[in-house]
Design a protein around this ligand. Structure first.
Ligand code: MEV
Length: 320
């Protein structure tokens, strides 16, 4: 028997950083899928094969999650939670697979969610989406100590969602289309460092930074309305406002700015960075008449346009 779970990456649309402090964000899933394959074994060993490791990691079942290498830390934290919370008590081979280049679009949350869904199927815990979120987000916090969990929610629910971590509130938004162009800045960055950088700024200037988060939150609420009603002109303006606020948080870069302004100059309704900032991706909202010009303009300043389906299905499991 082999169980395969596949989960998508994500594109943060609005509300990055503020979401870490309990404000809402909007996120859509992207068709950059990662898989976790589990084959049960008779021994008490967990064997993990992933493209990031030259040799498989083999660890006694009871020790999974104890001082793991960075490459397997998230999946081992998930394994440890299934072992400790749900009585998972057998060895298995875990193989992960997916695109080598992820552009900062959520490969680690996708692999982590896929592993959780595959283990859920293996021991028939039948966790619903919310319980799967709680377990997987808990595992992410076990490893990195910070983060809102919006990427985990996106990989589980798929589509486009409104997310707030504290309740947690996870609400699907139904959309006919989302006319975006994604541009990769050429460098990947570590989210944890940028989250810490913003936390330090907030600690130093709470009277300035908290109102920025509150304004972002208002922009997210209005963007949710604009998304639902298909008011792209309003959504574009709100994206630009959000971009200005991320700049004030100190996470924008000259390179991201050049891609963003190239897109706006070519007629995009709005353009902003996506996620932690410092690199990774930006995206632009376009109309059919300017789509090609926006793409070319991003490429002219050295950005890489990434074509991916948006709002794709969340995690799903097959067995053979
Ligand atoms: C990073 O993709 C988005 C942040 O808001 C961090 C998080 O929500 O976990 C900066």
């Amino acid at each position: 028997m082999r169980i395969t779970a596949s989960a998508p990456g994500k594109l943060m649309l609005m509300g990055e950083h503020a979401v870490v402090y309990g404000y809402p964000c909007l996120v859509t899933s992207v068709g950059l899928r990662y898989a976790a394959m589990i084959t049960p074994s008779d021994d008490a060993m967990v064997r993990i094969e992933t493209g990031q490791l030259d040799v498989p990691r083999v660890v006694p079942f009871a020790q999974a999650g104890n001082a793991p290498p960075r490459e397997t830390a998230f999946v081992e934290a998930v394994i440890a939670r299934f072992r400790d919370e749900h009585g998972l008590s057998q060895g298995f081979l875990l193989q992960t697979d997916g695109p080598e280049v992820s552009y900062g679009l959520g490969s680690s949350s996708a692999v982590t969610v896929a592993t959780a869904a595959a283990l859920d199927a293996l021991i028939e815990t039948q966790l619903d989406k919310r319980a799967l979120f709680d377990l997987t987000y808990g595992a992410v916090l076990d490893v990195q100590g910070s983060g809102s969990g919006y990427d985990v929610a996106s990989a589980i629910y798929g589509g486009t969602i409104y997310f707030r971590k504290d309740v947690p509130e996870i609400e699907p938004i139904s959309l006919v289309s989302l006319p975006l162009v994604i541009g990769y800045s050429g460098s990947k960055v570590g989210t944890v460092g940028l989250v810490a950088q913003v936390a330090a700024l907030r600690e130093a200037y709470p009277d300035l930074i908290n109102p920025i988060f509150a304004t972002m939150s208002d922009a997210v609420e209005q963007a949710r309305e604009a998304l639902t009603s298909g008011d792209w002109a309003a959504l574009g303006r709100l994206m630009n406002i959000n971009q200005g606020l991320t700049d004030a948080l100190g996470v924008n870069t000259g390179r991201l700015s050049s891609l963003i302004y190239a897109a706006r100059d070519a007629g995009a309704l709005g353009a902003k960075l996506s996620g932690a900032g410092g690199g990774d991706c930006m995206f632009a909202l376009t109309e059919p008449g300017v789509n090609q010009a926006v793409r070319e303009s991003i490429e002219d300043v050295g950005g890489q346009v990434i074509d991916l389906p948006l709002g794709v299905q969340g995690v799903h499991v097959t067995q053979d």
